[in-house]
Design a protein around this ligand. Sequence first.
Ligand SMILES: C[S@@+](CC[C@H](N)C(=O)[O-])C[C@H]1O[C@@H](n2cnc3c(N)ncnc32)[C@H](O)[C@@H]1O
Length: 318
Amino acid sequence: MKKLRNRSKVKENAANYVVPTEVGTMARKIYLIDSFQLNKEFSVNEIKNSIIYGDAFEILKRIKDETFDMVFIDPPYFLQLSGKELRRWKVKTKVDGVNDQWDKFSSFEEYDNFIKRLLFETKRVMKPNATLWIISTYHSIFRIGKILQDLGYWILNDVIWLKTNPMPNWLGVRFTNATETLIWAVKDKNVKKYTFNRNYAKIFGFGSTGTNVWVLPICSGKERLKDEHGKKCHSTQKPIELLRRVILTSTKENDLILDPMAGVGTTGYVAYFLGRNFTMIEKNFEYVKCTLRRFEKKLNFDNLITKKEEKQLNFLNI
Ligand SMILES: C[S@@+](CC[C@H](N)C(=O)[O-])C[C@H]1O[C@@H](n2cnc3c(N)ncnc32)[C@H](O)[C@@H]1O
């Protein structure tokens, strides 16, 4: 796919990506915007249901204040891997870990500045009652939490994602790490009118009271996107079910959701088929291409609903 020159060209090209959907009364188009070719400020309408190819820091500056109803961020983890090849303990096969360039930072200071700049700019584009979700592992979630609070955000909850199929600790020297943490926050402590769909929260949370623990597998099998050579498109693709829970508990239909570090587009893909709008930003064009391909297939939630959910959804008549 070649770079696009101007807005009309962008629209023309993106017209290939009209997605069939039963959400709403008509199919909504999605757009690909090449920010490197299109150097301008964006109106809300232009970025609605768009995948913006470019650098989040640069693009967020071109988006107006108070644009989004919800933001989901899955930033680099800064896993600080040594670069040494990791082999499984007994069978000695190679472990396919996260070793991407985008996850590398020279120091904690550099990583903190990256997160600080991202959360600062994000806060500006959130509507007054918007909420923010940010996810990471123990490698960086504590730093992220501190930065959030330093910037004045008010944390509503942390949600623990307990993985039913975590990657084992191959060397057997530590506990198997089976969790990621999502922080859910508002812009400051005076924000009270944010969206919280209690019924869904109750269904998704572990136990009968709907706790802040979500139990679900990591993305695998057919859900994992593959490129034309059969290689996985992205090393940290998030599960559809995770985003479904995030979106259903904290947004309304037609809300506009931002994901500034979109990877292969899980947030926008799920949002779209739940009747929400999205804006996604991603700086790696290979990931953008995979995202576009992903939208050619309609997302069907039927088999994602668990027995517990089904029973409760029927009971609640949702
Ligand atoms: C943890 S991954 C997100 C995965 C995504 N949630 C998914 O399900 O596919 C983080 C992403 O941030 C992107 N990224 C890092 N720095 C960026 C920047 N400055 N602007 C836009 N994207 C960036 C990386 O290319 C990577 O795809």
